[in-house]
Write a protein that binds this ligand. Structure first.
Ligand code: SF4
Ligand code: SF4
Length: 439
């Protein structure tokens, strides 16, 4: 049978062999922990602790700043050292709560729910909201908002995104192998909210061991199925995933719920499972540390707030001086210039490479080869849109569906003229979104 997929996309070298066989290793933070109050889409959280206060692991330190927001929790016990602006991954200085770890890991008492059936839909959503859970695949959209569509009865698919299509990342792969029951458990919680939905665990076919394992675990579950997806980047992008699984298409002005779908990633499903069945809020995540400039590529279970530099140290340090360090995957991640910034809810990986070939590329004129159009999953014309963006032609950019770009990076990757297509389109999209917000 042909595995499910979408139009466009490509197969970059995946580099997953460096860390895929490294079991998840838990590490404890050594230095101070930094908790930005904005680590999600929406209103920043509001600090509720002050300098000098003693806090416990699992204690809320910043409350949600509105409905589209999420609280932040201490991941260690210790003393609040400061509430002040600190540099975060984006390079900006944002308000952060700094905690000096006392290394005792004393916890608040957590309230577990032992009987899922006894919880009402409202109670489940409240627990998820109160636990600070956001989309941990990178978007950071508050999960309780995602799970509250206007017409829940019209949701027919709850999809757990286990594609992990970005090269080098292996944290979801390890989760599936080591803790599959938690992913399934999280899906069961979400299904409790949508009476007419079927649960789908969607996995790329380069992870056949995970497909076999999870298929076997859900064989007696009438509402859950595993779907094998063709291995192709960006299979895990929300629109491409929904299309591959359901053949329903959505555009940039629609939500997954408009196609009857709710999509969450593997780590988010585990966070939901954890909150409902152990009462623990979101305090940790799995982070892959890999690349040819990392001594021992590894998958770490790490407490939020820990600095990236500590992960590099735990992985044996850099091999030489890397030319490129990225937070996230190589296609959509962010270049890092400073590893003294904290791991947040959306940090999936740190990649370090000895050579930065991309920086050495000199862009040249377009040769009209059409390759960018061929790989574009957004069914738009990247070369033309980049021209409009470079000339500041907003009207033509919007008219030619520039907002349908999902910023996957395929066009830049394939372009033989080495044009920075994604970068130009991304900047223009940002400008259009900002002006729409303003008006
Ligand atoms: S235009 Fe956007 S969606 Fe299309 S390939 Fe480029 S980055 Fe991806
Ligand atoms: S891939 Fe590059 S060279 Fe080819 S058409 Fe697109 S922009 Fe032009």
């Amino acid at each position: 049978m042909t595995n499910r997929t979408f139009r466009g996309g490509l197969h970059p070298h995946d580099g997953k062999e460096l860390s895929k066989d490294k079991p998840i290793r838990e590490i404890l933070p050594k230095g101070e922990l930094i908790f930005p109050v904005a680590q999600h889409i929406g209103a920043p959280a509001i600090p509720i602790v002050t300098k000098g206060e003693h806090v416990l692991c699992g204690q809320m330190i910043a409350k949600a700043g509105g409905f589209v927001s999420a609280p932040v929790f201490a991941s260690v016990s210790g003393t609040v050292k400061a509430v002040e602006p600190r540099r975060v991954l984006s390079g900006e200085h944002l308000e952060c709560i700094i905690i000096e770890n006392d290394h005792l890991y004393e916890e608040v008492s957590f309230e577990a729910s032992l009987d899922l059936e006894a919880l009402s839909k409202q109670e489940i959503i409240e627990k998820i909201s109160n636990a600070g859970i956001v989309g941990m695949g990178g978007a950071g959209f508050p999960t309780h908002v995602k799970l509250s569509p206007k017409e829940p009865d019209k949701i027919t698919y709850v999809i757990i995104n286990c594609a992990e299509c970005e090269p080098y990342l292996t944290s979801d792969y390890r989760r599936m192998l080591e803790e599959p029951e938690k992913i399934i458990g999280g899906l069961k919680v979400i299904l409790q909210l949508f009476d007419n939905a079927k649960g789908i665990i969607a996995i790329e076919d380069n992870k056949q061991d995970c497909i076999d394992l999870i298929k076997n675990l859900v064989k007696e579950e009438p509402r859950i199925a595993v779907k094998s997806l063709k291995t192709k980047y960006p299979q895990g992008a929300e629109r491409q995933l929904i299309y591959a699984v359901t053949k329903r298409a959505i555009n940039s002005s629609m939500l997954p719920a408009d196609a009857g779908c709710v999509v969450n990633n593997a780590d988010t499903a585990v966070a939901i499972w954890q909150t409902i069945f152990t009462g623990r809020p979101l305090m940790s995540r799995i982070v892959t540390v890999t690349g040819d400039a990392i001594t021992n590529p590894t998958n770490f279970r790490v407490r939020l707030g820990t600095k990236f530099s500590e992960l590099v140290e735990e992985a044996g340090g850099f091999v030489g001086t890397p030319e490129k360090v990225i937070s996230g995957g190589p296609m959509m991640g962010i270049s890092m210039f400073d590893q003294e910034v904290p791991i947040v809810k959306t940090s999936s990986a740190l990649l370090a490479f000895g050579k930065d070939d991309v920086a050495k590329w000199e862009p040249s004129a377009c040769i009209n080869c059409g390759k960018c159009v061929e790989v574009c999953p957004g069914r738009i014309v990247p070369s033309r849109l980049a021209d409009f963006a470079e000339h500041g032609n907003t009207e033509a950019f919007e008219k030619n569906n520039g907002m349908e770009c999902c910023e996957c990076g395929c066009c830049s990757y394939i372009c033989p003229a080495k044009r920075q297509l994604t970068q130009s389109i991304k900047s223009m999209r940002k400008m259009v979104l900002a002006s729409r917000k303003k008006s």
